[in-house]
Design a protein around this ligand. Structure first.
Ligand SMILES: C[S@@+](CC[C@H](N)C(=O)[O-])C[C@H]1O[C@@H](n2cnc3c(N)ncnc32)[C@H](O)[C@@H]1O
Length: 453
């Protein structure tokens, strides 16, 4: 069975009445029959552009709700096989995911310099947009409780080229106990019944049942209760799901407002999509995406604050290393910025460099962060993550500009010719691609398997 057959099959399992019942107490604009039909259609991913990206060499049309979003106009373009993608110029995601980013203000300057937490962060589609939006002076904590999902999160955060982040892996309640009321903005892109994904064959059809909706809703209650404890008074909560059920969407926000914890915060740019005060929806039959929900709430100034309770076991300094303990080839790999010093940490076989002006609690909750080097046996090598840096603290010292054909070969895993010895970043039109190590003739390819075409 082809992909499109299986998508059609999943969606056509449901009758119009079942779709209406799964959505709950909200009118479906345009009707459930049109929604049912659109749920079996394929929606192409959108490109979420990096702010410093160069112009694309294929035609695109804008995504109406997110100014940094666009879609390729031709359906035979494969954006994921372009050098612009390899160099981190854009991220690919369902255009519905951009609704939460619009609610957070990621396509404006309002997050610049802010302290932000993405509480349910893997694989990092939204966390990477938050990281780009906070700029060189903000800080992002990306939390993902499920350890096996950390690897793609690390990879996607590194693609932004920023080092202003740390990754934690805690239950939201424990994180709130440890860190306290620290954030200007918390994003909860909650685990949900995933009804919008049923049409893509990525979710079990049981997502449409009340049992699944109520199971997800009670987990969302717990996560949201922790999220508000992580906010500074007056801070902003952005809540999102990829499901249609009111009980997992508008009703969750209403519960917080009814408890007097905050007030809905309208997002002017999203007024066309409003479903309730501070709540926004995209529908598969109206907006050419899988469907999405996002809401924005401002925490009451009177909400009680808590200060960080740092763990005694893994306190600051415990894994920190001095410059003298850095790998011996360090100075051949990186130049450090005097104005943006780093705190170096070795965790097992990985060396991280956290921004020295990051919050004090970062080192007690982080399981990963901006990676600089890793060890295989006794040998240290520079990390692919650091090859992608676009600025900030540790930057690779040496680069090797390659033409388009060599860049494509490099992305496919080949060696490239390079007359200069040592470690350097292969780059194409100033876009970093990854590390090579040259013997003065041939540059050996050090691109990780996951990044290769
Ligand atoms: C909808 S996905 C997040 C997608 C992500 N924000 C993105 O844009 O790439 C929800 C995430 O929440 C995580 N999760 C599961 N249970 C959780 C919990 N109790 N608290 C926080 N996150 C949880 C899941 O592992 C999953 O990675």
């Amino acid at each position: 069975m082809s992909d499109s057959d299986s998508q059609r099959d999943h969606a056509s399992i449901f009758s119009v009445a079942e779709i209406e019942s799964a959505v709950g107490a909200i009118e479906i604009p345009g009707g459930a029959a049109a929604m049912r039909e659109a749920m079996s259609r394929r929606h192409f991913n959108a490109l979420r552009m990096h702010r410093s990206a160069a112009d694309l060499d294929f035609e695109t049309k804008p995504v109406d709700w997110y100014s940094l979003g666009c879609k390729a106009t031709a359906t035979d373009v494969r954006p994921s096989r372009t050098l612009a993608y390899a160099g981190g110029d854009f991220y690919l995601q369902d255009s519905g995911s951009l609704l939460a980013l619009a609610a957070a203000g990621c396509d404006t300057d309002e997050l610049a310099g802010q302290r932000v937490c993405d509480l349910c962060a893997a694989p990092g589609g939204k966390a990477s947009a938050l990281l780009e939006a906070i700029g060189d002076d903000g800080f992002l904590l990306a939390n993902e409780p499920i350890r096996s999902r950390i690897a793609p999160l690390k990879y996607n955060l590194a693609r932004t080229g920023s080092d202003r982040y740390a990754i934690s892996s805690l239950d939201p309640d424990r994180l709130a106990d440890k860190v306290g009321s620290e954030f200007d903005l918390v994003l909860v892109d909650a685990p949900c019944s995933g009804q919008a994904l049923v049409s893509r064959g990525k979710q079990n059809p049981a997502a449409m049942t009340d049992k699944q909706v109520q199971h997800s809703a009670s987990r969302q209650n717990r996560i949201l209760d922790a999220a508000v404890r992580l906010l500074k008074p007056g801070g902003r909560l952005v809540y999102s799901t990829c499901t249609f059920a009111v009980d997992e969407n508008e009703a969750q926000m209403q519960r917080l407002v009814d408890a007097d914890w905050g007030t809905p915060a309208s997002v002017t740019n999203l007024s066309d999509y409003q479903s309730a005060s501070g709540c926004y929806r995209l529908w598969p039959h109206l907006h050419d995406c899988a469907g999405a929900f996002a809401a924005s709430m401002q925490l009451a100034d009177s909400f009680p604050t808590r200060t960080a309770k740092l763990s005694r076991k893994k306190s600051r300094n415990e894994t920190r290393v001095s410059e003298k303990q850095l790998p011996k080839d360090w100075k051949q790999w990186y130049r450090e910025s005097a104005s943006k010093p780093l705190n170096y940490h070795i965790d097992g076989s990985v060396l991280f460099g956290f921004a020295a002006d990051a919050p004090a609690w970062v080192e007690s909750v982080a399981v990963a962060g901006p990676e600089l080097a890793y060890r295989t046996g006794q040998t240290w090598k520079p990390s692919h993550e650091a090859a992608m840096r676009k600025g900030n603290a540790a930057m690779a010292l040496q680069t090797h500009e390659v033409d388009e054909a060599s860049a494509r070969n490099f992305m496919a895993g080949s060696t490239i010719s390079c007359p200069d010895r040592g470690w350097r970043i292969a780059q194409h039109q100033d876009r970093p691609l990854g590390w090579i190590k040259s013997d003065g003739r041939v540059g050996k390819n050090h691109l990780p398997g996951s990044a290769r075409w």
